[in-house]
Design a protein around this ligand. Structure first.
Ligand code: CTP
Length: 319
């Protein structure tokens, strides 16, 4: 009920997103979707008033000294001390500085990707963003292999890599990171307390194995800024999901953003079951109040933006 009320507001919100002089709906082409370049520019400019993804994508080495104490972004009473290894992995300049792309893919982790055959199409984009170190090789037909930017919530270390306690988990983890080559690994290390030992182990493994990937740790203001942007468009998202964060960041770098693997519903449009993740047995959590996210609300927002030509949302098979 609550969500419906917010979606009601979204109609006003969409006017806000559109601004003046841009037709609300461009007539769809035969293929069904047309990019609305003026809307894309408008959204980029609007988001820039809240955050600059080039800067906020990561804190820099010069922002801290080892031993500095910071407050967690979403848990201000708890603190974290910047370790030597964390400090040494902070980038000197933004890993996204001056990077611009014609087309980008943001790949969510929904089971809707299974049997989609979208792998080739995803890999054909100029820049591919993926979430939470999801496995690729076994699913490459459907999800592709190219990765230019990969997020990693600290919780993934426990969930998918046994907390890196055993040598076999560490080997598997290092193999996964090696696949990233020189692309960006984005670790939200300052959000909430709980994952600091995991982040520390990850940092040490990256250093010990001299991995070439480029680490990034989002700025302390990023999540509030992203939330602020969506709030001014009347979209009340308490804590944006990684996927929505990535779309918001990508508006800065990408002219055409294609989303895949976004489907926060247990059934597809034909009523067939859809796994929460394409690669594991995790269940839908967001129906309970325990979930911090409002993925269905986010999804409806993205769908609206798809219809307006601001982004392309693919939830069916790729041809
Ligand atoms: N996603 C989706 N539908 C699903 C699963 C995921 O739309 N059934 C999108 C969400 O935007 C999500 C992103 O794909 O943030 C990556 O999925 P996941 O790794 O599951 O992210 P979460 O851990 O659920 O979200 P967060 O990391 O922010 O807690």
């Amino acid at each position: 009920e609550h969500e419906e009320a917010q979606l009601g507001l979204m109609v006003n919100g969409s006017e806000k997103i559109l601004g003046k002089g841009v037709p609300a709906f461009l007539p769809p082409k035969a293929g069904g979707w047309t990019l609305n370049s003026s809307l894309v520019l408008m959204i980029r400019k609007d988001i820039l008033r809240f955050l600059d993804a080039e800067r906020d994508v990561s804190v820099l080495k010069s922002s801290f000294k080892p031993g500095d104490v910071i407050h967690y972004v979403l848990d201000q009473r708890r603190t974290l001390s910047i370790s030597q290894s964390l400090h040494s992995l902070l980038p000197d300049v933004s890993p996204m500085k001056n990077r611009r792309f014609k087309t980008c893919a943001v790949v969510g982790n929904s089971g809707i990707l299974l049997k989609s055959g979208c792998g080739k199409e995803i890999d054909n984009h100029n820049f591919v963003i993926r979430c939470n170190l999801a496995p690729l090789v076994e699913f490459s037909e459907d999800v592709g292999l190219q990765s230019d930017f990969t997020t990693m919530n600290p919780s993934v270390i426990q969930r998918a890599f046994g907390g890196l306690k055993n040598e076999s988990d560490r080997v598997r983890f290092v193999q996964r990171l090696t696949m990233l080559n020189e692309s960006v690994l984005w670790i939200p290390a300052f959000m909430v307390k709980g994952g600091e030992q995991h982040v520390e182990r990850v940092n040490e493994l990256i250093l010990k194995n001299k991995l070439k990937l480029r680490t990034a740790y989002p700025s302390l203001r990023l999540i509030h800024a992203v939330r602020g942007y969506w709030l001014t468009n009347k979209i009340n998202i308490k804590r944006p999901s990684t996927g929505l964060l990535m779309y918001t960041l990508a508006t800065r770098f990408c002219d055409e953003i294609h989303l895949y693997g976004f489907w926060p519903f247990p059934k597809d449009s034909k009523g067939n079951a859809v796994k929460y993740h394409y690669y594991d047995a995790l269940k839908y959590r967001y129906f309970s109040n325990a979930s911090p996210h409002k993925m269905p609300l986010e999804f409806n927002t993205l769908k609206m933006l798809h219809h307006k030509g601001a982004l392309k949302l693919t939830t069916s098979k790729c041809t």
